[in-house]
Ligand binder design. Structure first.
Ligand SMILES: *Cc1c(COP(=O)(O)O)cnc(C)c1O
Length: 219
């Protein structure tokens, strides 16, 4: 199927209230432009260098989301234009984002990335760490950041029960935090598991290969 067919197919499967972040990592600007021309405005990249190379070549009204692990020393390269950092996973990083956003007189939207997968390798905060950071935020720390939600990735497995269980943990935390301070975004679900994520309460999904095709890491 073509990118256009893929995109329309994914869009047709998303309820009205669910935001699509088109994950364009490893794909060329021409492919991103093609999806943009179909009406997509929100794109996700996971590497600072790749994002800073592509961003100047593409329309300025694209809302860029960073979805990959972010080192503190790289925040400065994206602080001027990034719409949302979905992968905030430490207090040190929040402090740095806050500082760099201040230099541009802007507020950067941030999602706290929470570790919900049983797999070892995944980045993210523990539930208790996320609660503490969120409380600091609601108490006025990080004035140049707006924590608008949570992001999580489920274990890479065929076991649907397990995936459901992990997504539900994040949904519970979302509801919990939402009592003290209104949150907008629950980002969970990728090409293989976004329908489950939506059933579990996601209102934002990050879909890459189901739109752009398989990624080629050999280049
Ligand atoms: C690559 C990536 C995605 C998209 O993955 P697909 O399986 O291609 O849809 C979503 N979220 C994160 C954090 C990613 O790194």
């Amino acid at each position: 199927m073509s990118i256009k067919e893929n995109y329309n197919e994914i869009k047709s499967r998303l309820p009205e209230n669910v935001e699509l972040v088109a994950v364009s990592k490893t794909h060329p600007v021409s492919a991103i432009q093609e999806v943009y021309d179909l009406g997509q405005k929100v794109f996700g990249e996971n590497k600072v260098q790749e994002l800073s190379e592509k961003q100047p070549l593409l329309p300025k009204d694209i809302k860029w989301h960073l979805i990959g692990h972010l080192q503190t020393n790289k925040v400065k390269y994206i602080a001027e234009f990034i719409d949302t950092i979905q992968s905030a996973d430490s207090e040190k990083l929040l402090n740095e984002i806050n500082k760099e956003a201040g230099k541009y007189n802007r507020k950067i939207k941030v999602l706290l990335q929470v570790k919900i997968a049983e797999e070892e390798s995944k980045f993210g905060l523990d539930i208790s760490e996320a609660k503490i950071l969120f409380e600091k935020f609601t108490n006025g720390e990080f004035p140049n950041i707006n924590i608008t939600g949570l992001m999580g990735m489920a274990t890479f497995t065929d076991d649907e029960q397990q995936i459901r269980k992990e997504f539900s943990v994040l949904k519970n935390l979302f509801d919990d935090l939402n009592h003290t301070h209104k949150l907008e975004t629950l980002s969970m679900g990728m090409s293989d598991d976004f329908p489950i994520a939506i059933e579990c309460g996601a209102n934002s999904v990050r879909v890459g290969s189901a739109i752009f095709g398989k990624r080629d890491y050999s280049k």
